[in-house]
Design a protein around this ligand. Sequence first.
Ligand SMILES: [Zn+2]
Length: 114
Amino acid sequence: MKDIKCPLCGTQLKQFNDIHDTYHVRVGCQKCKWTTFLTDPEKADQAAEAVISKFPPIMRLNSGDKLLLEGAKDYFTVVSVELGKAVIHTDKGYCYIDDVVKWPWELEQKGRDE
Ligand SMILES: [Zn+2]
């Protein structure tokens, strides 16, 4: 399955099998106790991504994510996020939501090391 993280806690999402149905799965967060409906593995990934896409962008950031900021030539790497203040700390200093030109999921995913 795809590398998808929970927007609530940042935990990697998992596939859960149903004891009565060995083909279909649910995708969800073990820690926050939510899953998608039971469907085939590819659709379960898509359903999980559809849920996550409804969260505000700042909640979907994880440390290590790359951002493209207004007026910057290089990518900034997310270190941590202060949700209450809506501040994003990066390897090159902090920024705000309005400074972000492209979010990680809007950047081309190339050269990813697994
Ligand atoms: Zn979670």
